[in-house]
Write a protein that binds this ligand. Structure first.
Ligand code: BTN
Length: 255
């Protein structure tokens, strides 16, 4: 783990005022958790060129070859809304992808997908350190990666910026744009009512209206993705018109 640079962007409100750039780490989320012991500024970003043990949601691995963008943001929101923040951060990620030429959609809860192939993922984790609640938002974007550098089992359902866009986009440029968007989102998060943000999210979530199968520890249900509940859950209406709230598990769009 070698820190190769520290970048300051004092014009940002909170997120990404300082960015620590590493050559490689195990996982930027894990590095963030280790560093929480020290008194770090809120909004600090840890960015790595590679991860040896990148982690995804639900205990999955996140392949992190050179060329992709991997970073974590350390936040200290007042209320324990780690999960909702992780949901909302899908919006700036999709916005950044669109800005750089990939017309991505937002698959519930927070995957950025293009033509049903995943291009970015988010892992948000809430942790307590000395009575303070922290939220670590880890984001991985398949930017300058060839699809064949990703594990064979994810290749059929994944894509990369390099594959979809002819123009080369440098990771520092993508990160700069994305951090500005996350900074804006987080300031809205702190200053507006969560319902407004959930409403925005609902408008951007391309899963709404689609037929889905949701699998959780309790079993699986198939139906139409109907709405986003005020708590951020996906409401699925099954074929008998009964509503179910889905939060955690795997979600597939089905024909
Ligand atoms: C998912 O879709 O399953 C979430 C993927 C999250 C990957 C990012 S890469 C940076 C940060 N560090 C990790 O180990 N994971 C997140």
């Amino acid at each position: 783990m070698l820190k190769i640079a520290e970048v300051h962007e004092p014009n940002r409100k909170l997120v990404g005022r300082t960015v620590w750039h590493y050559d490689h780490v195990e996982s930027t989320n894990e590095t963030a958790k280790e560093l929480l012991e020290e008194d770090l500024e809120e909004g600090l970003v840890l960015w790595a060129d590679r991860q040896a043990a990148g982690r995804g949601r639900q205990g999955r691995a996140w392949a992190s070859p050179l060329g992709g963008l991997y970073f974590s943001v350390i936040l200290r929101p007042k209320e324990t809304h780690a999960w909702i923040l992780g949901l909302l951060v899908g919006m700036p990620v999709v916005k950044a992808l669109r800005h750089f030429g990939v017309f991505a959609g937002l698959k519930y809860p927070n995957d950025a997908v293009y033509q049903d192939r995943k291009i970015a993922g988010i892992l948000s984790e809430g942790v307590y350190r000395r009575d303070t609640y922290h939220v670590i938002i880890g984001i991985g974007v398949n930017t300058n990666v060839d699809l064949d550098r990703l594990p064979p089992d994810v290749q059929p359902t994944a894509t990369t910026l390099k594959r979809e866009v002819n123009l080369f986009v440098a990771n520092d440029e993508f990160l700069d744009y994305l951090l500005n968007q996350i900074d804006d989102l987080y300031s809205r998060y702190r200053n507006t009512r969560i319902e407004f943000l959930i409403k925005d999210y609902r408008g951007q979530c391309t899963t709404i209206g689609k037929r889905v199968t949701a699998t959780t520890s309790k079993g699986s249900i198939t139906g139409r993705a109907y709405d986003i509940a005020p708590n951020g859950a996906l409401i699925i209406m099954d074929d008998a018109n009964a509503k179910h709230e889905f939060v955690e598990g795997s979600l597939k769009v089905v024909p």
